[in-house]
Design a protein around this ligand. Structure first.
Ligand code: GAR
Length: 190
């Protein structure tokens, strides 16, 4: 199963996927490319480290969504990889119907809350400020409505009295790494 990863940030989830593949723990999944919408994104350093094609792809003209010229660039670059699965791992940009219909049923996203609670930006901070006792992370199929597609799996994280937003973030990131590796591995064997 050919996997393309899209990200914007430090890439700890993409790193977890690369490490799992390296260790033989990612089923039949093979990470074939990583694309980032920010040239300085840490996720791009995974390319040389793991021998994967990793490139900045200009998402212009929009700041928070992938549409128009930028969408066409992403569709062409991703399609050239002939992917079976596209993983949005911290890709902080709304993906529109043009991209989704080019890769129908193949795009999944990782979100740092138990959806449908706390969609959108800062899922960890939203849950912490709300005072819920359980939060976690979700992997779901991507649809045009943000953070609303069919849920594939979730991992629960308990918020302890002693937690700060930073300690909670650390726990959620650890849960995300486990969950994403598990889901991608399972999808590759399905
Ligand atoms: C992850 O926590 C992921 O859930 C979140 O961005 C982070 C990326 O971290 N995504 C969203 O909030 C999407 N709405 P990473 O770059 O270290 O993998």
């Amino acid at each position: 199963m050919r996997v393309v990863i899209l990200g914007s940030g430090r890439g700890s989830n993409a790193e977890a996927l690369c490490l799992a593949q390296q260790g033989g723990h990612l089923g039949r999944a093979e990470i074939v490319a990583i694309f980032a919408d920010r040239p300085e994104a840490g996720i791009l350093a995974l390319g040389p480290r793991f021998g994967v094609d990793a490139r900045y792809l200009d998402p212009a003209p929009f700041k928070t969504k992938l549409e128009g010229e930028g969408e066409r660039r992403y569709i062409a670059a991703v399609a050239a990889c002939a992917p079976d699965l596209i993983v949005l791992a911290g890709f902080m940009r709304v993906v529109k119907p043009g991209f989704l219909s080019a890769f129908a049923g193949k795009v999944i996203n990782l979100h740092p809350s138990l959806l449908p609670s706390f969609p959108g930006l800062d899922g960890i901070g939203q849950a912490f400020r709300h005072g819920v006792k359980f939060t976690g992370c979700t992997v779901h199929y991507v649809t045009p409505e943000v953070d609303a597609g069919r849920i594939i799996d979730q991992e629960v994280v308990r918020i302890e009295e002693s937690d700060t937003v930073d300690t909670l973030a650390t726990k959620i990131h650890a849960a995300e790494h486990r969950l994403l590796v598990d889901v991608v591995g399972r999808l590759s064997l399905a």
